[in-house]
Write a protein that binds this ligand. Structure first.
Ligand code: HEM
Length: 125
């Protein structure tokens, strides 16, 4: 059964599903392993998972605990290219489809596409 509401619990599930796939992806894994290591159970990954759960909660509810600068850390990642963003979006979309009904999934897809486009524009790629 796909979820028809957005909660902290299913956002956490989304984030964990997504990063489990990221770490198995040949193109994307190296960017994340360089900054966070390869063990999703480590403290650094657990912090990242909580941060991103709060990020998506804040985006989807228009309020919440995330008050960081989402773009800033991406300036410190070397070798980011268009193919990396395409791979990121492909894995994010398929993760969203595993958890949410179509209407909600579509909203996440729209928001993430817009953010990815902004990031690429800021990075001039
Ligand atoms: C190829 C694409 C991407 C890669 C390789 C990537 C990689 C990373 C990495 C390694 C970090 C952790 C940086 C650190 O803590 O030093 C990070 C943080 C983050 N990423 Fe991405 N990212 C990508 C695209 C995106 C997109 C499209 C979004 C949003 C839709 C996003 C949202 C975030 C957020 C919210 C953070 C945390 C920012 C903070 O510290 O407040 N990322 N990303």
């Amino acid at each position: 059964m796909l979820d028809n509401e957005i909660t902290k619990e299913n956002l956490n599930k989304l984030v964990v599903t997504f990063y489990t796939r990221v770490l198995k992806d040949e193109k994307l894994a190296p960017y994340f392993i360089e900054k966070l290591g390869d063990d999703l159970k480590s403290d650094i990954w657990q912090k990242h998972i909580t941060l991103l759960t709060n990020f998506w909660y804040t985006i989807s509810h228009g309020r919440g605990e995330y008050n960081g600068s989402p773009f800033a850390p991406h300036m410190q990642i070397s070798g980011l290219d268009k193919e990396a963003f395409e791979a990121w979006l492909r894995l994010f979309f398929s993760s969203v489809d595993k958890i949410f009904v179509e209407d909600i999934a579509n909203k996440f897809k729209e928001r993430s596409s817009i953010i990815a486009s902004n990031f690429m524009r800021n990075l001039a790629i």
